[in-house]
Structures are given as C-alpha cells and as structure tokens.
Design a protein around this ligand. Structure first.
Ligand code: C2E
Ligand code: CA
Length: 793
C-alpha cells in the first residue's frame, strides 16, 4: 500500500487514483481466483482429482488475465512475458487434464506434457532478460558484475549441492538430464536475475510489483526444487502439496500486476543520476537466514552453508567499496557539473553584460536626433585612422550657414527638423555615408578614405553643397540653408587627429567668412599661419584693457566747395603693451569673427559721442562724428534702441552722428538693412555707405535705403589720375547719387590732382591725408582751427 502513502506529491495523486480504480477493477477476478484456489485446496484434500485438474488450468488462465492488466503500467514488457508464462502454464495444466482424463495417458510419461511444463520457464527467462535490458543502463557495471558473480556462485552452489543431495547425477538418463538441466538452467538464470534485480534497486525506489515478481520466482524455483526432490524420491502424487505450491507463483505474479507502481514516463531532468544499484541495502541477514533455512531443509550441507556465508560476507565488503567509489564519482561529477553550470552562468552573464555594454556604447556613439554617429565616434574613428597610418584620407569639416538664425527665429523644434532633413540630404549627397558624423550643433564631418585628386575632392564638396542648398520645406516655411566646408588631408596637412581637426575647423571658418560663394576651401599652411596670427590677436583682445590700450583718432571730412570741415571720422587705435600698435585692419575682422566687436563698438561709440559733444559745444559747431559700425553689431544686438539710448545717455544731438556701414554688410546681412536705415533716419541720425564702389556696386538697391551719403572707396580714388575707368565709375556714382539726393564723399584723397578731378566730377566732400590725417582730437583741433582761421582771412 505504500505506493499510495508515498504519493504525497500532487503530481502523483492522479497515479494513486488510477491505481485505486485498477485495484477495484481487479477485485472480482481476484476473488474468483481465490475461490478457485480454495476449491482446488478442498478438492485436493478430498482427493477429487478431476475437479483439481479442471481448476488448475482455470486458475492459471485467471491469473494470466490479471497479470495482463499489469502490462499497461510499465514501459518494459515484463507482464507480457509473465502473461505468456501463465497462459502456457495453463495450457500445460489443460494438457495434463486431457491426457489423464480423456486420453487416459499417465501425464508425467507424456513428452508433450513435460515439454509444455518447460515452456513457462522459457518465458520467465525472456521476462528476466527484458527486465535486464531495460535496467542495465542504469546500473553501475562493477557492482553489477560483483553481484552477478556472487549471486550466480551462491545459487549454483546451492543447486549443485541440492541436486547432489537428492540424486546421483551420473545415474540419470539422458532425457531426464536434458529436462532437468533445462529446468535448472532456467531456474538459476531467473532466480539469479531476480535477486540481482532486487538488490540492485535502491530501497526507496523498490517497486512492489518487482518484489512480488521476485517472490513469485522464488516460489516457482522452490516448487520446482521440491517437485524434483519428490520426483527423484518417487513420492510425487498429483494435486498434492507441491501442486498447491505451484499455484503460488501465479498468485504472486498476479499480485505484482495489481500492486505494480506505475512508472513515471517523464525522464529525469538530471544529466547524471546515481546508478540504480547505488545506495541499496543488501540485507545480508536475510540471505544468511535463507541459507540457514536451506541448510535446515537439507537442501545444502553445513560446509557449503559456511562457505557461502563467507562468500556473501566478501560480497558485502567489496560492495561497500564499490558503493563508496560510485558515490565519489558521483560527487565528483556533481561538482564538475556545478562548475560547468556556474561557468555557463558566468558566461551568460558576461554575454548579457557585453550586450548591454554594446548597446550603451552604440547609444553613446550615435547622435539621437539625426541617427548619425556623434563627435565621440568621430574622434575614435579619426584616432583609429591616424594610428593605422597606412591609408591617406580626407576630412570635410562642415558647418551650416544661417542655421543659428533658423533656430533663433523659429525655435528649436523647427531647428531640429531642419537638422534632420539636412542629415538626410548629406547622406544622399555624401558619397560614402559611413564616414558621415554630426560633431556639433550644426557641424558635420565627412571622412573619405583613400587618396583623391583635388578635383575629385572639389566635386564631393560641390555635391554636398548642392544637396544641402535644396530648399527645405517644413510647412508653412521653406528654408534655404548653406554649408561651409573646410577640407584637410591626412597625412599631407597634418599627422595627427588633433591638428587635422583643428585645421579642418579653421579652414571651414575661413570658407564661411571669406569664401561664402564658393562654400569650401582647402587647408594650406599659409592659411594656418594667418589663422595662428588671428588666434594670437584674439587672445590679446580678450585680455585687453580698453581704456588703457585703445584710443580714438579723428580724421576730418571737408566740403570741397568751400573747404570747410563738416565732420570727423572716428578711427580706432590699439596699442598692445607687448605687440605695440596693431592696425584696425588686422584686429577689427577678428573681433568681428569672435564677437568682441560688440564691446569694442560700444567703447568706440561712447568715446566718439563724448568727443563730438565736447567739440561742438566748445566751438559752437554742428560737426558730424562718423562712427564705423560693424554688421556684426547690428546683427547681434538690438541696435536701434541701443544707439538711441547711447545718445540720450551722452546727451548728444542725433544730427551730430553719422553711422558708416560698409557696402558689403548691406548685401550679406540676414537682417533688414532697410529697417536699420529707416530707424536711424527716424532717430535723426544720418547714415553713410562705406567703401562704396568695391565689388557690389549696385546702385539700384541703394535707392531702397534711407541713406544720406556714399563714401567712395579709397581704391577707386587711388587710380583716379591715371585710370579713365575709375574716373568714369566715380562720375557715374556721383551723378546717380545726386539724382537720388545723396551726397558723395571721396575717401583717401592724398593729392591735389585727385582733388581737382573730384571737384570737376562734382563730388561733394573729401576725406584724406591731403587735408587731414587721422589724429588725436587735440591735433585735429589745433590744425583745423588754424585752417578755419586762415580760410576766414
Ligand atoms: P575705413 O572705414 O575705410 O577707414 C578709412 C581708412 O583709411 C582708415 O584706416 C584711414 O586711416 C585710412 N585713410 C584715410 N585717408 C587716407 C589716405 O589719404 N591715405 C591712406 N593711405 N589711408 C587713408 P584705419 O584707421 O587703419 O582703419 C582701417 C579700417 O578699420 C577702417 O576702414 C574701418 O573699416 C576699420 N575701423 C577703424 N576704426 C573702426 C571702428 O571704430 N569701428 C569699426 N567697426 N571699424 C573701424
Ligand atoms: Ca569708415
């Protein structure tokens, strides 16, 4: 019953229920069988041979039926063979019945009957063989070998001793010998097999079915031996005790079938399980007791008994040793297995970590907005390329033009969309997309491997510019963005990543500031020297103390007609403590690039306003102070309110101020110059276009602006005496200006010849060394007061 008791686990509960119902199903045949057995006993006791002989086969067939029920419980075919055993036994009994009661032949003398009584033994052999077949893989070989050796030895000794005790083997007839031999061979095999099976099963795993089968086999072999004993003593009578004994193995097999514990079909998940014949308890005491009984029954002699007892003791000893080594091997294996699992887990974890790292890395190497690789990735890639030192390559350092304006005017969301769009354009325009990076807000880089001709690189640059210049539609807007490219080559221009990046950047800036139209520029070392100088100036400007290092000089402007001074241009001078005088031509453009012009411009504005106020108040004049204003100032500050505020602060009459803005600024500016000029006019401030006539001489647009004066560039004045063309241009400018109601002032007039021509052309005013150099106010005052006075005389 303990199969039910053992099935405490939920998974086995179902099995237990199944078992219960099968027991219930088997109850009727068992009862019937029991009845048959009782009838047989009664018939035998009262010597009713016919009834006994009829009951015997019925009992065997009934047992066969019950045994067959056990078949579905197991994966091996044990009950099938036991079923055949019972069936053939039943047939043998039936043949006995037929032989004795119908044919009237002494059954024991009938060959057929004898042969049929051997067949069941054959099935037992087959059964045991299958038993082994399905189990041998689960046993430890050494333990099995020892068991087989000892058990076979013991059984053979017993049988041999027993046979020797009951008969003189040499006296046997050949037929008897074969029959007996077959019987015993089969018996020894089956018994040995079943005992080994039993002792090879770990105690807790013992299946009651197997125990019943073992019991059946022992009973069968015992019955056989008893029969043999009776046979050789010629004291066998049919349906006596021995035949009753023969019922028992059938009953035991039947019980086995009923109580067999259904095998778990699911295989164990362990890779290595302990062998089935480990951890069994070899019940030495039972064996010794068994031997004692056999000795008592005189099946064996005393000396055989002692010999076998010693034999069994040795077996026990060796077994303990084998069991120990099985356990050690198992533990070792378990440890290895654990190590392996551990190693696997570590490997798995490492892989996971690596993957996470890869993802993070990929993440940190990508720009989230555009999906392009980022600056970090760019730096790594460049390092890699420069470390390899084998392949030449070219770096395109790129920066968008006017992007800041989009961002400022339309917000970052639109700015981001523009950037995304441009990345796509760049990807399609760039020949090798793999080398494209976003390295800053609106900065991109393209790395092209292999050496290429300058012409080929120029083509790439043009492709990129074309791709970026396509209008970007983000309804309701359409944006036009440009790009400036600085091209630096490895190893031609630089040997390391830092320099190459610096040069690329530098060249890009140069392209942006001075080659907008072309859009790209190749790095060269002259450029580098220039840039370095610029950098130096920038650094000096950064730490400049304006009040100490800066001062203004003033250059008078005169009306040609009456030679009267009508104004002054404020010109900035810088005396750097170490480098000495630095020309505004050298530092103003740098200050414009770096934005330092804003604070410088403020300083100039304040000083210039102060000076003109003092001058005009001192001499009671209305001279104008021409102040140069950089487009960068206008672009980067609220210029009109700012200048209005300055005038108020310094209490300067707007009429005293003239703002000079270069011609170029009016073309390139992203702000509305028209607004600025109108604004200045509204404030009462006059405006002049500086350096007029150089490059962008389009008078037509001047008309749109609310300006007062054109300042004819010195370059044109310089050639005026020799070059007919210059004269023609100046004439045209002057005439048109007059037509538009603008005044003209000639700049850089050094000679009287120039003055005469200008006078003849009809130019209104002049400024130049001829009548006045830029000088500190005191000098200007002294000179001009003298001139004025001279003129007055
Ligand atoms: P600009 O506005 O065209 O100024 C005229 C330049 O021509 C001045 O050079 C002046 O000294 C020079 N000049 C005037 N008459 C003659 C002449 O007869 N012969 C020769 N050879 N030169 C003459 P400067 O002072 O070196 O200024 C250079 C440029 O620097 C200026 O050109 C102006 O664009 C810029 N600059 C000077 N001061 C300032 C300032 O305060 N603010 C800004 N934004 N720019 C300034
Ligand atoms: Ca000027």
């Amino acid at each position: 019953m303990n199969q039910i008791g053992e099935s405490g686990k939920a998974g086995e509960a179902e099995t237990a229920v199944g078992k219960k119902s099968s027991m219930y199903q088997n109850r009727i045949p068992v009862i019937l069988l029991l009845c048959a057995f009782l009838i047989y006993l009664a018939a035998s006791a009262t010597d009713r041979q016919l009834i006994s002989n009829i009951i015997a086969p019925i009992f065997a067939f009934g047992a066969a039926y019950i045994i067959y029920q056990g078949q579905h419980k197991r994966r091996d075919s044990v009950y099938l063979w036991l079923f055949f055993f019972a069936v053939t036994w039943g047939i043998a009994d039936a043949l006995w019945l037929v032989s004795e009661h119908i044919l009237g032949v002494e059954p024991l003398a009938s060959v057929m009957v004898n042969v049929f009584y051997i067949i069941p033994s054959f099935f037992l052999v087959v059964m045991v063989s299958f038993f082994y077949y399905s189990n041998v893989g689960r046993w430890n070989r050494y333990q099995l070998m020892l068991d087989v050796l000892v058990v076979t030895g013991v059984i053979l000794s017993i049988v041999w001793n027993f046979l020797g005790n009951i008969t003189e083997v040499s006296n046997l007839e050949i037929g008897e010998l074969i029959t007996l031999g077959s019987y015993y061979l089969a018996d020894v095999f089956v018994l040995t097999g079943m005992i080994i099976l039993h002792i090879s099963t770990r105690k807790k795993r013992d299946n009651p079915g197997n125990l019943w089968i073992l019991t059946g086999v022992i009973l069968f072999v015992g019955s056989n031996s008893y029969f043999t004993y009776l046979y050789f003593n010629h004291s066998y009578t049919a349906n006596s005790l021995v035949d009753v004994l023969y019922f028992l193995p059938l009953g035991a097999f039947g019980l086995g079938a009923i109580y067999d514990k259904t095998e778990k079909i699911a295989g164990t998940s362990e890779i290595y399980t302990l062998p089935e014949n480990y951890g069994r308890v070899t019940q030495l005491k039972y064996f010794i007791a068994g031997l004692l009984i056999l000795w008592y029954l005189q099946v064996i002699n005393l000396h055989i008994f002692i010999m076998l007892a010693v034999f069994l003791l040795f077996h026990k000893l060796f077994s303990s040793y084998i069991q120990l080594s099985i356990k050690n091997e198992y533990l070792l294996f378990k440890e290895q297995e654990q190590n392996l699992t551990l190693a696997k887990q570590i490997e798995k974890k490492t892989r996971e970590l690596q993957r996470a790292k890869d993802i993070l890395e990929e993440f940190s190497y990508r720009d989230k907005l555009t999906g392009l690789r980022n600056r970090r990735s760019f730096v790594d890639y460049m390092d890699q390329l420069t470390e390899e030192k084998e392949q030449p390559f070219t770096l395109f350092y790129m920066d968008l033009d006017r992007f800041k304006f989009i961002n400022d005017a339309h917000g970052h969301e639109i700015g981001d969309r523009v950037l995304k769009h441009i990345s796509q354009q760049l990807l399609s325009g760039a020949e090798e997309a793999g080398g494209l990076f976003r390295i800053g807000g609106d900065e991109f880089a393209l790395v092209l491997p292999k050496e290429r001709s300058k012409a080929a690189l120029e083509e790439v640059a043009k492709d990129i510019i074309r791709a970026v210049q396509k209008p970007i539609e983000i309804p309701p807007y359409v944006f036009y963005v440009g790009i400036s490219i600085g091209i630096a080559r490895y190893p031609e221009d630089a040997f390391n990543r830092e320099d190459l990046m610096k040069y690329g950047d530098m060249t890009m800036y140069e392209a942006k500031n001075h080659h907008r139209k072309k859009g790209y520029l190749f790095f060269n070392h002259e450029l580098q020297r220039e840039m370095e100088k610029k950098h130096e100036v920038e650094m000096m400007l950064k730490k400049a103390d304006y009040d100490r290092e800066f001062h203004l000089v003033f250059q008078p402007q005169y009306r040609i007609e009456d030679q009267k001074m009508i104004g002054l241009e404020a010109l900035l001078r810088w005396k750097q403590p170490e480098a000495g005088n630095i020309s505004p031509k050298d530092f103003i453009p740098i200050a414009e690039e770096t934005g330092q012009i804003i604070s410088i411009g403020e300083w100039v504005m304040e000083r210039a306003l102060e000076e003109i106020k003092i001058f005009n108040e001192k001499y009671d004049t209305n001279l104008k102070m021409a102040i140069n204003v950089s487009p960068v100032q206008i672009e980067n500050m609220d210029f009109l309110p700012w200048i209005g505020k300055k005038l108020r602060e310094k209490s300067v009459h707007p009429y005293w101020v003239d703002i000079e803005i270069t011609e170029g600024a009016t073309i390139h500016s992203s702000f509305s110059m028209e607004e600025i000029f109108v604004g200045l006019a509204n404030l009462g401030i006059s405006a002049s276009i500086d350096d007029f006539g150089t490059g962008y001489s389009s008078l037509s647009y001047i008309k749109r602006y609310h300006i007062d004066r054109l300042k004819i560039a010195k370059e044109l004045i310089d050639n005026i005496t020799e070059d007919e063309n210059s004269r023609l241009i100046i004439r045209a400018i002057t005439m048109m200006a007059r037509g538009m109601g603008l005044k003209t002032i000639a700049e850089g007039v050094e000679e009287t010849g120039q003055l005469r021509i200008l006078q003849a052309i009809g130019c209104d005013e002049i400024q130049g060394y001829l009548w006045g150099k830029p000088n500190p106010m005191a000098v200007v005052e002294a000179e001009n007061v003298v001139i004025q006075k001279a003129a007055e005389h």
